[in-house]
Design a protein around this ligand. Structure first.
Ligand code: HEM
Ligand SMILES: *[C@@H]1O[C@H](CO)[C@@H](O)[C@H](O)[C@H]1NC(C)=O
Length: 336
């Protein structure tokens, strides 16, 4: 009797294994995709990212953001890497990207090494997904599995970049709608916003947040805390009401280069740098988001697990696989 139960369990397990897709994310991507064709691919990416981040710690943030800006415009297809050429108007010229996105040269270097090792094999879109993962891990954040096999787009979308990359002065409602368009929910919005635990923003990205009474209004309450007032005074000294548009401030004033959960502690103290950070706690009428912010602020492990899960989800947005797209030889141009 026991035997029969045991046997049927084993059989069931075997059958299940046979029908389960390789990826437990249920997407078209695959773990260890380059094992046969380019066994060193992941290693080449991680070493290059480590070198780049050692030279410039902010590069970790920049590479993470690059993957985000890729995925939100036509999906994770490296469209963001294309330069203007022929019929293509580069997404790099779009409002949210111009004089702001960084890391293109690092991606070029990685692609160069990969083309040396295994020509025409590893997509630029996969490079972005891997580099983002490695960048986060290098600064003390979580590590997650990256399902691979993305192919590169044959086009870019300048208008898409203007339309789909959220603006720092968006309302909470707009941010939620923006993420929803990408198949991401409020939980993903709150977890992925935690990316702003590292990197920098320009004065023009947070000016409205430190001067505009409307944006400030809801947390006027905090003014009685001197620390908060000091925070705003410092930001105003970095970023005057006009001019010095490109002056930089850290997104996380406490640990600007570490990937940790201090972003959420900042939010609760009214010290999120961008308007889009602050609205998570100031415009959350139902209180669900604030609850999540509290949870992440008090439990870094929980934040790391949610972040990893949401990054995998983001990395699956509208990926090109099979016969769609191509493997670009140069990430800046479609193959001729
Ligand atoms: C929720 C909506 C979001 C808005 C409105 C937003 C907006 C911004 C803005 C305005 C900047 C500064 C750009 C500049 O001044 O040059 C920035 C920086 C950054 N963002 Fe976001 N972002 C959002 C979500 C995300 C997500 C989902 C990620 C990653 C998964 C991310 C990662 C980053 C990183 C790492 C930086 C710093 C980049 C660097 O230092 O080079 N952001 N973001
Ligand atoms: C957000 O900023 C842009 C560019 O500075 C501006 O045109 C727009 O009116 C602002 N939107 C809101 C809701 O304040």
């Amino acid at each position: 009797m026991m035997w029969r139960i045991f046997l049927s369990l084993v059989l069931a397990a075997v059958v299940l294994q046979g029908t389960e897709p390789l990826s437990d994310e249920d997407g078209p991507l695959v773990l260890d995709y380059y094992r046969e064709q380019c066994p060193l691919a992941e290693e080449i990416v991680s070493r290059s990212v480590a070198v780049a981040v050692a030279k410039d710690p902010r590069m970790a943030a920049s590479l993470l953001r690059l993957h985000f800006h890729d995925c939100f415009v036509m999906g994770c297809d490296a469209s963001v890497l294309l330069d203007s050429y022929g019929g293509i108007t580069s997404e790099k010229q779009a409002g949210p990207n111009h004089k702001s996105l960084r890391g293109f040269k690092v991606v070029d270097e990685i692609k160069y090494l990969l083309e040396e090792a295994c020509p025409g094999t590893v997509s630029c879109a996969d490079i972005l997904a891997l580099a983002a993962r490695d960048a986060v891990a290098l600064r003390g954040g979580p590590r997650w599995n990256v399902w691979l096999g993305r192919r590169d787009s044959l086009e870019a979308s300048f208008s898409g970049a203007n339309q789909f990359i959220p603006a720092p002065n968006s309302s909470l409602e707009t941010l939620i709608a923006n993420f929803k368009q990408q198949g991401l929910d409020i939980g993903d919005l709150v977890a992925l916003s935690g990316s702003h635990t590292m990197g920098k923003a320009q004065c023009l990205s947070f000016r409205q947040r430190v001067y505009d009474v409307q944006l400030r209004g809801e947390y006027e309450l905090h003014d009685k805390y001197k620390r908060y007032t000091t925070f705003r005074r410092i930001l105003r000294s970095i970023c005057p009401e006009s001019g010095r548009d490109h002056e930089l401030a850290p997104l996380d004033h406490q640990t600007p280069t570490r990937f940790d959960n201090l972003y959420y502690i900042n939010l609760l103290q009214g010290k999120g740098l961008l308007g889009s950070d602050n609205v998570l706690v100031t415009q959350d009428d139902e209180g669900e988001i604030v609850k999540q912010v509290w949870a992440y602020a008090s439990n870094e492990k929980l934040f790391f697990a949610s972040f990893a899960e949401s990054m995998i989800k983001m990395g699956n947005i509208n990926v090109l696989t099979g016969s769609h797209g191509e493997i670009r030889k140069n990430c800046r141009f479609v193959n001729t």
